[in-house]
Design a binder for this molecule. Structure first.
Ligand SMILES: Nc1nc2c(ncn2[C@@H]2O[C@H](COP(=O)(O)OP(=O)(O)O)[C@@H](O)[C@H]2O)c(=O)[nH]1
Ligand SMILES: [Mg+2]
Length: 370
């Protein structure tokens, strides 16, 4: 028995020791190597999971901003489509010519004149373009379009000065211009813009010469939910005087005064509107703070004459160029910028309440070309 047991005992430890040593040696040397990377791995994975979560909103924001800017510029582009279509087809033909020479410039000048840019502004722009072509060694006529666009934008910057409502309430805006240019319609659109800027507005129906003028203003008043002050067969100065005093009493920020555009003679018209200006000034020594001349873009070069006449009589502080949507004469703003640079505050691109835009030189130049 003992012999047998001894044999058994001897055999087992021999086997154990012989098996243990290689096993232990292997396990000690391998285990820490396996554990270390396991600890590191989850640290690498975690930030990978967080990153895409942070990136997602960053992608959404620029898309929103881009679409906003895009849609605004697009509206001006639509308004100027007739001018752009005409310029593009003519310039397209011209740019098929290979050489930039004197003939090329002469034709370019004719194209600018046809878009009512006017002689002074056209020759000014051609000189600028010629200079840039020499400076930059440009030989490809197609590159000229960008150059021209840039020079027009620079010229138009002279008349880019948006209307600022000064803190001298009531701020009185007097609308003047010849008959049919769009004074009454612009009052309706401008009221909307000012209401959107949180101003309260009162309208004075100062065109007592045309029977339907006051009814037309009532419609715009209702659309904008603002009061329109009028008198049947009243004196225009008296109507506007009442309106400014009423605005003072009611703490209303802005009074927009409509005026007649046609009287039996031009002298009568000028006499009446200069009288209105004096009367407004009696109500408030800083008013009218803004005298807006409304010009129909279809008038083309005659716009300069209208501007001269009204400016000499009243001192025009700003312009509204209307009906740009229906004309190819959109270049007239460049003529104004060159010949009598009075700020173009707004442009009218349609008959709707939202069809008045703040004038911006770069957007305008961009919208003039394809
Ligand atoms: N297409 C277009 N029509 C306009 C614009 N502004 C005014 N009109 C239209 O021109 C006409 C004369 O406008 P109105 O405001 O009565 O001119 P006012 O005599 O100067 O007061 C109306 O039929 C208006 O709808 C414009 O920007 N675009
Ligand atoms: Mg009118």
């Amino acid at each position: 028995m003992f012999e047998f047991l001894k044999k058994l005992v001897k055999k087992t430890p021999e086997k154990k020791t012989s098996e243990k040593t290689p096993f232990v040696k292997k396990s000690i040397s391998k285990k820490p190597k396996v554990i270390k990377p396991k600890v590191v791995k989850p640290k690498v994975i975690k930030p990978k999971v967080i990153k895409p979560k942070v990136e997602k909103p960053k992608v959404v924001k620029p898309i929103e901003k881009k679409s906003g800017i895009f849609s605004f510029a697009e509206k001006i582009k639509t308004g100027l489509s007739k001018t752009r279509e005409k310029l593009s087809s003519q310039l397209g033909d011209l740019f098929h010519v290979n050489k930039i020479d004197e003939n090329f410039y002469e034709e370019l000048e004719m194209i600018l004149l046809s878009a009512d840019v006017g002689i002074a502004a056209s020759s000014f722009l051609i000189e600028k373009v010629k200079f840039s072509v020499k400076e930059n060694n440009i030989s490809d006529p197609k590159k000229l379009k960008d150059l021209l666009k840039l020079e027009i934008a620079k010229l138009l910057e002279k008349v880019e000065a948006p209307l600022i409502v000064k803190n001298t309430y009531p701020f009185v805006i007097m609308m003047v211009g010849v008959n049919g240019t769009g004074k009454t319609t612009t009052i309706g659109k401008l009221t909307k813009l000012l209401i959107d800027k949180k101003h309260n507005v009162l309208i004075a129906a100062g065109d007592t010469f045309r029977a339907a003028a006051s009814e037309q203003l009532d419609v715009w008043g209702e659309r904008n939910k603002v009061q329109v002050i009028s008198q049947t067969k009243g004196d225009p100065s008296a109507v506007i005087f009442d309106a400014v005093n009423s605005a003072k009493a009611k703490n209303i920020d802005i009074v927009i005064a409509d005026t007649a555009g046609r009287l039996p003679t031009q002298r009568n018209l000028i006499d009446e509107i200069t009288k209105i200006k004096r009367v407004i000034n009696k109500c408030h020594n800083q008013a009218p703070q803004e005298i807006l001349l409304v010009i129909d873009a279809n008038t083309g070069q005659n716009a300069i004459n209208q501007l001269k006449v009204f400016n000499e009589a009243l001192g025009i502080t700003g312009l509204v160029m209307t009906k740009l949507d229906g004309t190819a004469k959109g270049g007239v703003v460049a003529a104004i910028a060159k010949e009598l640079p009075i700020p173009i505050r707004f442009i009218g691109v349609g008959e709707g309440i939202d069809d008045l835009r703040v004038f911006n030189a770069k957007d305008y130049a961009e919208a003039m070309f394809e």
